[in-house]
Design a protein around this ligand. Structure first.
Ligand code: NAI
Ligand code: A1CAB
Length: 274
């Protein structure tokens, strides 16, 4: 791609996307510009690591950009847009990675009718393995949506969805990795409690997860059938699962997803109904 991309916000998610984009050389590193609110050290770290350009002069960065990625916290978006809206040209595509915030809200903050496209990536973008959902706002054309899709394909898979479903997909795929990591953390505690070597256990844990992911992807069986095939009556798996079900594990997981999705809606309401 020969577009220049500016990130407004240079935190963990911006870095994950930058890492994915630059490692696949989808855009040349010098066509990526990162800016943030005040942390110069952070910009220097990104510059040294990914050979991208960084600046605290947002106006200058925007002037040469084709695509602007909003990568600040949701609560900071109004101030961030206020800062730069005078500099935006109508042909510049605005991509928002912000949890909760609607394309309508962003469109309303802008003086011109810029195309606004919302995406929800996850931190596996770092290694090109994000599961990114995409929803276009009202001013975005199908051509502009296609540009954003091909950009995001550099960091993993992409799925275009209805914006109304974005809260749920934020829980499933945006926050999702954290929920799996949390379970792995607990297994690591078991490894430690048993006095096992983490060096030996970790590759086994990872291969187990990878095998599960591949089985889910390729098998014709449902997750329930796959689980039942492991669970011998009176065996070890059943003993473990009995503990999970006695603690209402599936109900807890559903509640966790529900809370994450509701928080996404709340972030929107907090900002948009002020
Ligand atoms: N961390 C994650 O796994 C994911 C995060 N997101 C979304 O990405 C966004 C950023 O999240 P993180 O990277 O985790 O946050 P972070 O706190 O690591 O980074 C936020 C960045 O925004 C900058 N910033 C604050 N105010 C600004 C302004 N007015 N103008 C320009 N930059 C400004 C900060 O200096 C900082 O560099 C959030 O909106 C979040 O909902 C989306 C998907 C996954
Ligand atoms: O926790 C958050 O709000 C962000 C959005 C999805 C993942 N991290």
């Amino acid at each position: 791609m020969d577009q220049t991309i500016t990130f407004l916000g240079a935190g963990s998610m911006a870095e994950a996307i930058i890492a994915g984009l630059t490692s696949k050389q989808i855009v040349a590193a010098n066509q990526v510009i990162a800016t943030n609110q005040s942390n110069l050290d952070r910009l220097h770290t990104l510059e040294n690591h990914y050979y991208i350009r960084t600046t605290q002069n947002k106006e200058e960065a925007l002037r040469e950009s084709d695509i602007v990625i909003l990568a600040m916290k949701p609560k900071d978006v109004t101030v961030a847009l206020d800062d730069v809206k005078g500099e935006l040209r109508e042909d510049q595509i605005i991509i928002s990675i912000l949890a909760g915030i609607s394309t309508t809200y962003i469109e309303r903050q802008l003086p011109k009718q810029n195309p606004v496209i919302r995406v929800m990536p996850n931190t596996s973008a770092t290694i090109g393995q994000s599961a990114t959902t995409i929803a276009a706002g009202t001013s975005a054309s199908s051509g502009q949506l296609a540009v954003v899709e091909s950009l995001m394909q550099a960091i993993g898979t992409t799925t275009v969805i209805n914006e109304a479903d974005m809260d749920a997909y934020t829980a499933i795929a945006g926050s999702g990795p954290a929920f799996y990591y949390y379970m792995v953390e607990a297994i690591e505690q078991f490894v430690e409690d048993k006095g096992l070597s983490i060096e030996q256990a970790k590759p086994l844990m990872i291969q187990t997860l990878q095998g599960v992911a591949e089985m889910l992807k390729t098998s014709e069986d449902s997750p329930k059938i796959l689980r039942e095939k492991i669970t011998s009556p009176g065996g070890t798996t059943e003993a473990g699962l009995n503990t999970l079900s006695s603690h209402d594990f599936q109900k807890i997981v559903k509640e966790c997803m529900q809370q994450a999705a509701e928080r996404s809606a709340e972030l929107r309401k907090m900002l948009e109904e002020q």
